[in-house]
Design a protein around this ligand. Structure first.
Ligand code: PHE
Ligand code: ZN
Length: 452
């Protein structure tokens, strides 16, 4: 295997994918010594392409590849390096690609991809963790419909969760069982999630504005379940608020939240299976402060709001991260303001901006809300992308008024539902919905630092 060193990636080099993935069937056999992942992808080539298909893969062992049910040969048909699997000449127009890989979640300490935490299986795929699960085009502009089958020991892992709706679940010989999940919405692989765990759930229900019933579950280890009341309250409040303020209804019959003790980044908006660090879900009157309660409300809201701003409408590439994060932080700020005190929330947010973002913008780490380049994407989840990005979104609302901003949001969803897009597209929706002259506004995205 050839070694590949880290490379700087530039926004200006963005190219459309040559191959799209239509449907993806994933099959996980979870075992203690290793996990087998079988993927079956319906691939569609962009018209006229003759280029090789390059798949990302890190720390995954390739067991087999088939194209249209035929075994392909290393060297002749494909080559492998430490980070890629390249299919040299895939069939024209469309084909079925099947790949079997072996991974070791129990030895995965990256907290990315599929890993074990306190004895249980859990995933984290944003930004580029899916490539640690199987070979894939690990980029957000490749959106596919996922079906996921999970098989595991029943006594060790009674709860098997993934994205979308639960299609079937049954026992297997040797004390094993499986669950089959189907997510009807196209999504990038960074929104994929899987959990196999010993958990219990607090259950509730939300009736949407059009009268659909949505089953709500918050999953935790048994000893924590009594501390989930505020999280459930927050989730229902967020669902209602998004309907009332932005006209956004939830789109599946099921919504799951999982709280796990080891989770690097706070929380993650995986489609219909949000995963949180426990500290952002659990709260009890005996131990939680007002600030803890406010944080749970804000983060539960934030991850829920991503369903529309992030998941249904997603980013074309990681340079556009603020498209979903700036906008979703703005939305969670507005939510917390409406649920509590607008003035107190605003003071807290401005204070945070001044304490953490202003120094970043004034120092050697300064970068634009929409960066021009990166080496490792994980380092770009910054206060500039999130908090300054939210302020840039707030400026549209200040310039266009609340009504004008809502018109812009409506046009944004109308144009871009199901798409992977750019900050320019968001700008264009705001401008076009209001016939506004927003000349010079884009500088806020492309230029670092504070204007004088
Ligand atoms: N997308 C998450 C959020 O802001 C944050 C996150 C980024 C979590 C990367 C994990 C990894 O809601
Ligand atoms: Zn977010």
């Amino acid at each position: 295997m050839a070694k590949e060193s880290p490379k700087e990636i530039f926004l200006k080099d963005y190219k459309l994918p040559d191959y799209y993935f239509d449907t993806v069937n994933l099959d996980f056999i979870l075992k203690e010594e290793h996990t087998l992942v079988h993927s079956k992808i319906h691939v569609i080539s962009r018209q006229g392409t003759l280029s090789p298909l390059r798949l990302d893969g890190v720390d995954v062992k390739l067991l087999s590849i088939r194209i249209n049910n035929k075994v392909v040969k290393e060297g002749e048909d494909y080559s492998l390096s430490s980070k890629h699997l390249i299919l040299h000449h895939p069939p024209a127009t469309q084909f079925v690609l099947e790949i079997t890989t072996e991974i070791e979640p129990q030895n995965n300490t990256a907290l990315e991809g599929l890993y074990k935490t306190t004895g249980n299986f859990c995933t984290q795929c944003e930004a580029e963790g899916f490539r640690r699960i199987t070979f894939y085009q690990d980029r957000p502009d490749v959106m596919a419909k996922f079906t996921t089958r999970i098989e595991a020991d029943k006594s060790l892992y009674p709860v098997l969760l993934s994205n979308g709706n639960l299609i079937e679940q049954a026992d297997l010989p040797d004390g094993r069982h499986y669950a089959l999940w189907n997510d009807p919405f196209k999504k990038p692989c960074y929104l994929f999630a899987l959990v196999a765990d010993q958990l219990v759930s607090q259950d509730d229900e939300f009736v949407t504005c059009s009268g659909r019933k949505v089953a709500l579950h918050i999953w935790t280890p048994a000893q924590d379940i009594s501390k989930t009341a505020h999280a459930m309250y927050s989730l229902k409040a967020a669902m209602k608020w998004d309907e009332e303020v932005f006209g956004r209804e939830y789109d599946l019959d099921l919504f799951n939240i999982v709280a796990v003790p080891d989770f690097n980044m706070g929380a993650m908006e995986n489609k219909s299976l949000n995963i949180f660090n426990s500290r952002l879900v659990l709260a009890s009157p005996e131990t939680a402060t007002n600030a803890d309660y406010a944080a749970v409300l804000g983060v539960i809201g934030h991850e829920y709001f991503h369903n529309w701003t992030g998941n249904r409408v997603t980013c074309r590439d990681w340079f556009q991260l603020s498209l979903k994060e700036g906008l979703t932080v703005f939305r969670d700020q507005e939510f917390s303001s409406d649920m509590g005190s607008r003035a107190v929330k605003r003071i807290a947010d401005v204070l945070q901006l001044r304490i953490s973002q202003f120094p970043q913008d004034a120092g050697p780490m300064a970068h634009p809300v929409k960066p021009h380049s990166y080496i490792k994407m994980d380092n770009f989840y910054t206060v500039t992308v999130y908090e300054k990005g939210a302020k840039v979104v707030r400026m549209y609302q200040t310039l266009l008024g609340k009504k004008g901003f809502r018109k812009g949001m409506d046009l944004y969803f109308e144009r871009h539902d199901g798409q992977a897009i750019t900050c320019d597209d968001f700008y264009a929706a705001m401008r076009d919905a209001n016939n506004a002259n927003l000349a010079n506004f884009k500088v806020w995205y492309s230029q670092a630092g504070m204007p004088s």
